[in-house]
Design a protein around this ligand. Structure first.
Ligand code: ATP
Ligand code: MG
Length: 419
């Protein structure tokens, strides 16, 4: 006997079904509208890249590169990785297509699957979706403000308004080395740091603020904002003035550092303030002025963000979302007299193309290869049809169909041409 198959989606992945799939489309649709308004163009990059691209950009001592990358060798021994995030790929594409030399600026967005080998839990998957954007070639905090406002508008459009925007500055190439030393000195004086903190202490002391085990021990740590240079301070101040000018409320969080190495100056996180999801980080981003150059391009500043689509969808009210989308009415085409089957079929095709006179937003089911009317009606009930249009000889010869309203169980007749 054949062995029964028992396949499941791999751990940390999931099928996106029904209203969740609708929700994902809705969110992506809204995002596209907003990106268009801000002049962002789409780039679709491969799902896998040279593993070295991510190691080099995200940084070797980050969670992503140390623990979470899906790396593999192809048949020719190339070391590849499923993309864990979008920025590195976009920067690679920006340079590869010589956009950094031809027009050293650009606004791009992406949306799609990302892959991280994480311990699966609520809101944390191994394959998940992000929507993100990168704004190249603008050194000014005006670009930072535009990105933050764009993410806020996107969340508002998706029906999420209880949010907390947290911002910080991580300084630049000039001022970071000095407070880096100060931080190393401070952290070295503490006892009982976790394994990861000890490892990162010398290489990347900023990352310690992001430690999920030790971060509470660092309340007395030197504040980065006290050490950044005048130009970084001014930029951070300008950013806040711009946000205030459009009534965008934010909080300065001096311990916000973000988990990736490439950030400089502005970093931000947007968390949910909704009951039950309080503190969930939905979107994050910041400025990365050195990355284009470090990956072999011209010296071009940039700022961007990424939003976790599943996290957004987990806090959206599903009814609100479906109302927004306009749920189609489900129509089932039934046939009593089988010689009318072809008529019924072509009618079904017609209304699926052009809709009904009084409703263009419909989903059409049937006719079905089933002679028994009771069985056809049972099926209509199962698929939650709200109307059944019945092809029956007597009515059809007068140019009419029977119309069963499945909600209040009434039956009427109507001329086909009027439907
Ligand atoms: P965290 O601290 O939660 O691990 P992160 O700093 O790794 O987040 P980013 O790399 O900034 O996250 O990714 C941007 C957004 O993508 C996050 O704010 C989150 O909404 C979402 N995200 C990140 N990792 C996952 C995951 N494994 N599953 C689902 N969504 C994720
Ligand atoms: Mg993470």
């Amino acid at each position: 006997m054949k062995k029964k198959m028992n396949y499941k989606a791999p751990r940390g992945t999931h099928d996106i079904l029904s209203t969740d799939a609708l929700g994902m489309s809705f969110l992506e649709l809204k995002a596209r509208e907003i990106f268009k308004k801000h002049g962002f163009e789409e780039i679709r990059t491969p799902l896998f890249e040279d593993a070295a691209l991510f190691m080099h950009s995200i940084g070797r001592t980050t969670d992503i590169v140390e623990k979470e990358m899906y790396t593999f060798e192809d048949k020719k021994g190339r070391k590849l990785a499923l993309r864990p995030e979008g920025t590195a790929s976009l920067v690679r594409a920006f340079i590869e297509h010589r956009m950094d030399t031809i027009i050293p600026s650009g606004k791009f967005f992406y949306m799609g699957e990302m892959f991280r080998y994480e311990r699966p839990q609520s809101g944390r998957y191994r394959q998940f979706h992000q929507i993100g954007a990168e704004f190249f070639g603008n050194q000014s905090p005006v670009a930072d403000a535009e990105i933050i406002i764009l993410v806020q508008d996107l969340l508002f459009a998706a029906g999420i308004d209880e949010i907390d925007i947290r911002i910080n500055s991580l300084g630049c190439k000039k001022c970071r080395p000095s407070f880096r030393e100060t931080l190393i000195e401070y952290f070295s004086s503490l006892e009982n740091l976790c394994k990861d903190c000890l490892k990162r202490l010398k290489k990347n002391p900023l990352r310690l603020f992001d430690c999920k085990i030790d971060s509470l021990k660092f309340v007395k740590a030197p504040k980065i904002l006290n050490y950044i240079c005048t130009s970084c301070k001014n930029n951070f101040y300008t950013l806040q003035t711009l946000l205030k000018s459009v009534n965008c409320s934010y909080n300065v969080d001096e311990t916000l550092v973000r988990g990736l190495d490439y950030y400089t100056q502005t970093v931000f996180e947007i968390c949910s303030k909704k009951n039950g999801a309080y503190g969930t980080v939905i979107a994050a981003g910041g400025r990365y002025d050195n990355l284009v150059k470090e990956l072999g391009g011209q010296d071009i500043p940039a700022v961007g963000f990424a939003l976790g689509s599943q996290r957004v969808l987990s806090i959206i009210d599903e009814h609100k979302l479906l109302n927004n989308f306009g749920t189609p009415e489900r129509i089932f085409i039934a046939v009593i007299d089988q010689e009318l089957f072809n008529e019924a079929f072509s009618f079904a095709v017609k209304i699926s193309r052009y809709g009904l006179n009084n409703n263009k937003n419909i989903s059409v089911f049937g006719p079905k290869n089933e002679k028994n009317l009771t069985n056809q009606l049972k099926y209509a009930e199962k698929i939650k049809a709200s109307k059944v249009l019945v092809f029956a000889k007597n009515e059809f010869k007068n140019g009419k169909l029977l119309i069963k309203d499945m909600n209040n169980r009434t039956q009427t007749e109507n001329f086909i041409d009027e439907l």
